[in-house]
Ligand binder design. Structure first.
Ligand SMILES: [Zn+2]
Length: 291
C-alpha cells in the first residue's frame, strides 16, 4: 500500500501549477499548464485537468496513492461549498463549482480555498509559523491577500470569507479597487497601485519630487510598515503565539518592512502589541526566503 498523498493545485490568472504532496509537505512531480482566464468556464477547467493529469502521467503510482486534491484560487470563493464566485482575475468562472467538478473528474475529495489562506496554512503546518497557535499571513505583490490560521486550521468566519485583509477600506474617499470598494489596502499599497499613484502625481511632467515630498526613503518605509501594524494587527488583537509571515516583493524590500514593524513605538498601536508579534521569514516556496 503506497503512502497516502495529495495533489496541490495553484490556479492563477495565467497558469495552473500542480504538485504531488507527501504527508510532511514535501512536493514532488510539479507540473504547469497555461490558464485561459478570459474564455469560457470549460476552457478554464481544462487547464486544471491538464495540470493534474500531467502529475498522474509523470508518476502513475499516484493514482492509487492520492486521497484528495487541494486547490487554491483567487477569491472571492466559498470554501464551504467549493464554488468560485466572481474573481476579477478569473472572469471565466462565475459561480463555478470547482471542487465538485474536480471530484467528478478525478474521483477523490477536493477542497478549494483562496491562495493566501492556503499559503498561511502551509506555513503553519510545515513552514515559518510551525509552533505558533495564531498565525497571520500576508502576501504582498500584484495583489494583497491575507489569511488567519488558528490551531493549524484556517479561520473562515461565518461566511467563509474572513481575513480578506487586502480589501479592508482604509480611505473611504480613495481610488476604486478591483473588488468594487473604495480605498482598500490593495487599492493603495499593491505594487501596481503604488505605481499608478506615482504616475498620477507625475503626470504634470517635470522632475520627480516623490522622495523629497515624503521626507526620505526611511520615512516611506516606516509609513508602509506602520500601515500594516495599524490596519491589520490591531483589529486582530492577537497576543502571544502570533506569527506574521510576509510573502511577495523582493527579499530586501521585505526585510525593510520587518524591521520597522518590530521597532514600532509601544504606543503606536492601539493595543500596543507590536512587541508580542513575531514576524517570520517564509520557509516555503523557492526564492521566497527573507534572511
Ligand atoms: Zn478591494
Amino acid at each position: 500500500m503506497p503512502e497516502a498523498m495529495t495533489i496541490g493545485v495553484d490556479i492563477g490568472g495565467t497558469k495552473v501549477a500542480a504538485g504531488l504532496v507527501d504527508s510532511s509537505g514535501g512536493i514532488t512531480h510539479k507540473t504547469r499548464a497555461p490558464m485561459v482566464a478570459t474564455g469560457d468556464a470549460a476552457t478554464g477547467f481544462a487547464a486544471v485537468k491538464e495540470a493534474v493529469d500531467a502529475v498522474f502521467s509523470e508518476f502513475p503510482e499516484a493514482r492509487a496513492a492520492v486521497t484528495g486534491i487541494g486547490i487554491c484560487a483567487p477569491g472571492p470563493l466559498d470554501p464551504n461549498t467549493g464554488v468560485v464566485l466572481n474573481p476579477p482575475n478569473l472572469p471565466c468562472w462565475r459561480d463555478f463549482p470547482l471542487a465538485a467538478e474536480v471530484e467528478r473528474v478525478f474521483g477523490v475529495p477536493a477542497r478549494v480555498d483562496n491562495d493566501a489562506n492556503a499559503a498561511g496554512l502551509a506555513e503553519a503546518l510545515w513552514g515559518a509559523a510551525v509552533g505558533y497557535t495564531n498565525v497571520f499571513y500576508a502576501t504582498i505583490g500584484t495583489g494583497i491577500g491575507t489569511g488567519i490560521v488558528f490551531d493549524r486550521k484556517i479561520y473562515h468566519g461565518r461566511t467563509g470569507s474572513a481575513a480578506e485583509g487586502g480589501h479592508m477600506t482604509i480611505d473611504f474617499h480613495g481610488h476604486r479597487c478591483g473588488c468594487g470598494k473604495r480605498g482598500c489596502i490593495e487599492a493603495l499599497a499593491s505594487g501596481p497601485n503604488i505605481a499608478r499613484r506615482a504616475r498620477a502625481k507625475l503626470r504634470g511632467g517635470g522632475k520627480s519630487r516623490i522622495v523629497e515630498l515624503a521626507g526620505s526613503l526611511e520615512q516611506v518605509r516606516a509609513e508602509y510598515a506602520s500601515g500594516f501594524h495599524l490596519d491589520w494587527l490591531d483589529p486582530l488583537g492577537f497576543e502571544n503565539s502570533f506569527a506574521m509571515t510576509i510573502r511577495g516583493q523582493d527579499a530586501r524590500a521585505r526585510r525593510r518592512v520587518h524591521q520597522p514593524v518590530h521597532q514600532a513605538e509601544p504606543g503606536h498601536g492601539v493595543l500596543g502589541i507590536a512587541h508580542a508579534v513575531r514576524i517570520r521569514r517564509l520557509n516555503l516556496g523557492a526564492g521566497e526566503l527573507v534572511r
